[in-house]
Ligand binder design. Structure first.
Ligand SMILES: NC(=O)c1ccc[n+]([C@@H]2O[C@H](COP(=O)([O-])OP(=O)(O)OC[C@H]3O[C@@H](n4cnc5c(N)ncnc54)[C@H](OP(=O)(O)O)[C@@H]3O)[C@@H](O)[C@H]2O)c1
Length: 226
């Protein structure tokens, strides 16, 4: 039991992450609010529970909750899950959340003598399933070292950005902004080509094989072809 890793937030990303931990021969206990998911999670080798306090014994808890509100609701406040976790336990927060939330969480855990590592990811559920995530990690070097074997089971590369967890979240948010900007730029260009009666597929082929061969451009451009 002491070696179980807790996972909170068993959605599209969290389920793949928890399943990969099981594949890496970790014992995983996962909190789900929905009874209908219990059978599915158990079939993946995950020990499901509908009681959050059943994760309180874990040395490591990974959250893959949807947003700032959910993370704050679950972890913060006098009765939040941080108050149930043991001293010395570590919380790895993989959600895309704001820097203020990351700083509040880091303070909450530090106050309770617990570790906190922000580890937002670049990728999607398919990449998570294939262990191809890019993990951007922020936290103390001791905490990051402790988490690294788990990151190695979940992603293709971990970028360590320093001791301030919020910096990892800032980079993830800026990355999302750049993806959105790339999408917008491609859409504007395709709109001009269409207005002139031209086939944008030729442009897309030129684009991704010359100056704009990065993932964000390639994926979004290909999507626009269909
Ligand atoms: N999906 C992607 O492509 C992608 C890519 C990179 C990063 N991310 C980030 O990864 C995080 C998770 O994304 P996702 O796509 O996996 O989201 P999701 O599919 O919506 O899953 C979120 C999970 O969190 C659970 N949850 C929500 N509020 C909760 C609460 N208060 N207490 C306990 N459980 C709660 C939900 O449970 P219920 O089912 O009971 O509602 C659901 O299982 C987000 O921060 C997202 O930005 C996602």
């Amino acid at each position: 039991m002491a070696l179980e890793i807790g996972v909170i937030g068993l959605g599209r990303m969290g389920t793949e992450i928890a399943a990969n931990l099981v594949s890496a021969e970790r014992q995983v206990i996962a909190y789900s609010r929905r009874p209908e998911r219990v059978g599915e999670l158990a079939a993946l080798g995950i020990r499901p529970t509908m009681k959050l306090e059943n994760l309180a014994h874990c040395d490591t808890v990974i959250s893959v909750l949807p947003d700032d509100n959910a993370v704050r609701e679950v972890f913060c406040g006098p009765h939040g899950f941080a108050s149930k976790l043991r001293r010395g336990a570590i919380h790895i927060a993989m959600s895309t959340i704001g820097t203020a939330t990351a700083t509040s969480l880091a303070n909450e855990h530090t106050r309770r003598e617990q570790g906190y590592v922000a580890a937002p990811v670049f990728g999607n559920p398919a990449a998570a399933k294939a262990r191809q995530l890019f993990i951007v990690a922020g936290g103390t070097s001791t905490d990051i070292r402790r988490c690294q074997p788990l990151f190695d089971s979940l992603g293709q590369r971990t970028f360590v950005v320093g001791s301030d967890p919020a910096h990892a979240n800032l980079i993830k948010l800026l990355g999302n902004m750049m993806t959105a900007t790339a999408l917008e730029a491609i859409a504007e260009t395709v709109a001009v080509l269409l207005k002139r009666g031209l086939d944008p597929r030729l442009f897309i082929d030129i684009l991704i094989n010359t100056m704009f061969g990065g993932l964000a451009h390639r994926k979004n451009a290909r999507r626009m072809e269909t």
